[in-house]
Design a protein around this ligand. Structure first.
Ligand SMILES: Cc1cc2nc3c(=O)[nH]c(=O)nc-3n(C[C@H](O)[C@H](O)[C@H](O)COP(=O)(O)OP(=O)(O)OC[C@H]3O[C@@H](n4cnc5c(N)ncnc54)[C@H](O)[C@@H]3O)c2cc1C
Length: 403
């Protein structure tokens, strides 16, 4: 009691022969730095950007992601910045009619020990950064790594590539899966008020299923705003990156398919931003995640479609697992620890990648297939939507408490 987290963590530092160098201070990289430091491992982290970027939009945090963040000591920050939706609901984009509903709230807390939450990505990154700083970790901003000379820059270190979709570290892992364009784009819009905060829509995560496109919406900022993400056939002019402006005219065909109230909501968003969706093929084996003393975590290792809302969650789980493997392993042989990380993680990640792809197809079924989907979901909805294998406490997820 009484001592601050940084001094406690520093006291815990134990000598290890191999320092750990993390490349990328996004969600996965910061989480990994915190997890390593909590376990007393010496860690450095560098980031290409000059400072944190307030870019991006909402992220859903399923119970497995919230559990990982709890382990990292982020619960107080989530209390301040995250929103807790009461349910996950599927609706028709054409009529607004409810197709299926899975209660979240108390049901999730009882079943999974954690809620599902939504948060702005920038708020999550800021909270992780604050926690890292409190533990005495400083990010080396403006330090972009390139594959040339990467080995020379960190001689003898274990290198963890957490540098996202366009990873510079990935070429050092010969069997890594390289992301490719999926042919679809995510277009996001933020309403600065929550429409109908007392209505079901204002309190729930909603997926509106359409023909060849689907829309996801959820309350953010403790119901002070509302985020939409429209998954849409790729727009020809969209650049790689997270914030290409998208003209409202591009949404025309989707708006034409919407029920009138939703058309009005979408029409009142004045700033649409988009990014092309990239995904890698499902992992084929552990060698896709590490080679020698280099390992990949988060999007760098396994970019996936967003339809299961697991991009950030998988990066967080990776971070905890790799830190635990390094802490438990022989300090002089990080190769063995990194290979154990890959062996523990690849099958779960593969399953998530496959399910995310399948969900995308289901959400966008057309015609008779769409009607059949709705009928099955009306009958079996909650049991099909609930994901104990994913949201429950995973065997490969190491249990350790925040310092
Ligand atoms: C600016 C931004 C906005 C985003 N917005 C959203 C969103 O609105 N909704 C959503 O669902 N997902 C969004 N994402 C993606 C989401 O955060 C990730 O899919 C997920 O959290 C996995 O995180 P990650 O840490 O693996 O990758 P990322 O969050 O992409 O982080 C990778 C980090 O590595 C850094 N980096 C890249 N190359 C190098 C290099 N050569 N050297 C050093 N550092 C490098 C990047 O600048 C970045 O900070 C966004 C990502 C970014 C970077």
């Amino acid at each position: 009691m009484g001592s601050n987290p940084a001094s406690r963590a520093n006291r815990l530092l134990r000598p290890v022969a191999i320092p750990i160098q993390i490349v990328g201070a996004g969600i996965a990289g910061l989480a990994c730095a915190i997890a390593c430091r909590q376990l007393g491992l010496p860690v450095g982290i560098s980031e290409r950007a000059d400072g944190p970027r307030p870019e991006g939009a909402g992220i859903q945090l399923s119970p497995n992601a919230v559990r990982a963040l709890h382990t990292l000591g982020l619960t107080p920050a989530l209390r301040l910045h995250a929103t807790e939706p009461t349910a996950i609901r599927l609706r028709s984009l054409a009529s607004g009619a409810s197709i299926a509903r899975l209660a979240a709230g108390a049901y999730f807390k009882k079943k999974y020990g954690q809620p599902t939450l939504t948060i702005h990505r920038a708020a999550l990154q800021a909270a992780l950064l604050a926690r890292a700083q409190a533990l005495g970790i400083s990010v080396r901003w403006g330090e972009g790594w390139s594959v040339d000379g990467l080995e020379g820059r960190a001689p003898g270190s274990a290198i963890i590539g957490a540098d996202g979709l366009w990873s510079a570290v990935r070429p050092l892992v010969p069997e890594a899966q390289v992301p490719r364009p999926t042919g679809q784009a995510a277009i996001r819009g933020l309403l600065h008020i929550c429409p109908n905060p007392r209505s079901e829509m204002g309190k729930e995560i909603t997926v509106w299923c359409g023909h060849g496109a689907h829309l996801v919406g959820y309350p953010l900022n403790r119901q002070e705003s509302y985020g939409f993400v429209l998954i849409h056939p790729q727009l020809p002019t969209m650049e790689s990156g997270w914030s290409s402006p998208v003209s409202r005219a591009c949404l025309g065909p989707v708006l034409a398919d919407c029920y009138p109230m939703m058309r009005d909501f979408l029409g009142s968003v004045d700033d649409w931003r988009g990014w092309p969706l990239y995904a890698a093929d499902p992992l084929k084996g552990p060698a896709a995640l590490c080679a020698g003393r280099v390992a990949l975590i988060g999007d760098a290792g396994h970019a996936m479609r967003p339809h299961l809302a697991q991009g950030a969650a998988m990066g967080l789980e990776d971070a905890l697992t790799i830190a635990r493997c390094l802490a438990d392993g022989d300090p002089g042989r990080p190769e063995a620890a990194l290979s154990r990380y890959a062996a523990l993680r690849w099958q779960r990640i593969r399953r998530v990648q496959q399910r995310a792809e399948r969900n995308g197809r289901i959400f966008q079924l057309r015609g008779a297939m769409g009607h059949a989907r709705n009928a099955v979901l009306r009958l079996l909805g909650p049991s099909l939507m609930d994901q104990p294998w994913l949201w429950g406490e995973g065997q490969e997820e190491p249990a350790f408490e925040a310092t």
